[in-house]
Design a protein around this ligand. Structure first.
Ligand SMILES: *Cc1c(COP(=O)(O)O)cnc(C)c1O
Length: 422
């Protein structure tokens, strides 16, 4: 725990001599070189998060499947894969991107939901580790593949967990997974078609801070595992929460790893052999490693609020508007300026508040603001709304910056558009 706290600070951006730095490189210099808005990722922070997970869960044979929907840039996938992570892919296109980044099919956990069965067939053709999330797909899978191709099963444990209703996926009204109450149907299909189930999977949502929720989920899987004799892994999904602001509750992965490790060992004993433990972190690996750097276009005092209007908005970072997410904002151009209250808004024709009533060092037009925790569900949820360009992505790795995605151009907005004959 102590080690984790030191790492978290160490890899955060640091303020030295009035300049904010990541791996010794000034954020201003990065903004100057690549323009704004720009996503900046600290590759070392990501790798250190992977190490934290490996240390925390060292009691078990662990496989980390990075949930790439949180950040799907192929250079990031390559980096994380080189440091031991597999991939959790929720669409066949994500799986294809991961394959392109050098991840093997077997290291890709394919956990789609609500897809046409043909997408699952494609997953099999690509050699992915396929995870089924409804009875209809399980039946089709059984008919087509029988025992010839293994699969995992995603269960819904009916536990309400996670930051809020929208990011909770395991409660009783959630669309995800096969209800634990439908286990008899699962077992009937398995025996009818001799389906080879090699994994049990639960992912109950995002931002789960209580260790007990994970332990309870694991207990549920341990409890039913005896009905599945050919298991190779137990997948407890993710939902590990990181801090978005000072004092935030986070998932104590070390506490979880220890307790889970102990329970897992008892389970192996009952089950008769050791299984792999799979986890699927997205946010935990990349959230804190990303910043969105934006420029203040307009400072607009009104009788009630002073707005800082920036060259970005919900088109680039939708989490504040979509989930009421809090992203810390820092004025990196004026670290010692006197503090005032601002509401930071974007330039989209829509209410796109990035941070309301924030105490920031005095903001002047032209200042650069860093929006923190932008690594997860930042760029991957960005759009071209208002026909604006999506920002470039820059990776900081080994003390150097690399452009890993270019800023959009007008051609990107026109691509695929066909002019009608009128
Ligand atoms: C989104 C998702 C994850 C990752 O969740 P985080 O909160 O980002 O860690 C893991 N597994 C599945 C199946 C998911 O859909």
């Amino acid at each position: 725990m102590v080690i984790y706290a030191i790492f978290a600070q160490f890899f955060d951006m640091e303020l030295i001599d009035g300049k904010y730095l990541v791996q010794g490189i000034g954020l201003h210099a990065i903004a100057q070189e690549y323009g704004t808005p720009v996503y900046v990722y600290d590759g070392h922070k990501m790798v250190s998060q992977l190490h934290n997970l490996k240390n925390a869960f060292s009691e078990n044979p662990l496989k980390i499947k990075f949930a790439m929907k949180s950040l799907s840039n192929i250079s990031i996938l390559k980096l994380l894969h080189q440091h031991g992570a597999g991939i959790d892919a929720v669409s066949i296109n994500e799986a294809r991107l991961a394959l392109g980044a050098g991840v093997t099919g077997a290291d890709i956990n394919f956990t789609p939901n609500g897809v046409d069965f043909s997408e699952i067939e494609e997953g099999v053709d690509l050699g992915l580790s396929v995870n089924l999330d409804n009875l209809s797909a399980l039946e089709k899978f059984g008919k087509k593949y029988g025992a010839s191709y293994p699969c995992g099963i995603r269960l819904n444990p009916h536990i309400m967990a996670g930051g809020n209703y929208k990011i909770s996926t395991g409660h009783s009204n959630s669309k995800f997974g096969i209800s634990i109450y439908q286990l008899p149907d699962v077992l009937r299909l398995i025996s009818q078609y001799k389906i080879n189930v090699t994994g049990l999977h639960i992912h109950t949502g995002s931002e789960i801070t209580e260790t007990d929720v994970f332990l309870k989920m694991a207990e549920i899987l341990f409890g039913i595992a005896s009905d599945f004799p050919s298991l190779k892994f137990i997948d407890i999904g993710s939902g590990f929460k990181v801090a978005y602001k000072e004092g935030d509750h986070t998932t104590n992965i070390y506490d979880l790893g220890l307790k889970l490790g102990k329970n897992f060992k008892e389970f192996y004993h009952r089950y008769g052999r050791q299984l792999e433990l799979w986890i699927e972190p997205g946010k935990y690996v990349v959230s804190e490693a990303g910043l969105l750097i934006v420029k203040v276009n307009v400072v607009k005092p009104t009788p009630s609020v002073t707005f800082a209007g920036v060259d970005s908005g919900l088109n680039h970072l939708i989490r504040p508007m979509m989930y009421d997410a809090y992203h810390e904002i820092v004025n990196i151009s004026n670290p010692t300026g006197s503090q005032k209250i601002y509401t930071v808004v974007g330039n989209i024709c829509e209410t796109d508040t990035l941070g309301a009533d924030r105490k920031l060092n005095e903001v002047r037009e032209g200042d650069l603001l860093a929006i923190k925790n932008a690594g997860a569900y930042g760029y991957s949820m960005a759009s071209n709304y208002n026909s604006r360009f999506r920002p470039p992505e820059v990776l900081v790795w080994k003390g150097k910056t690399q452009l890993i995605r270019k800023r959009d151009t007008l051609d990107d907005l026109l691509r695929n558009q066909v002019v009608a004959e009128i």
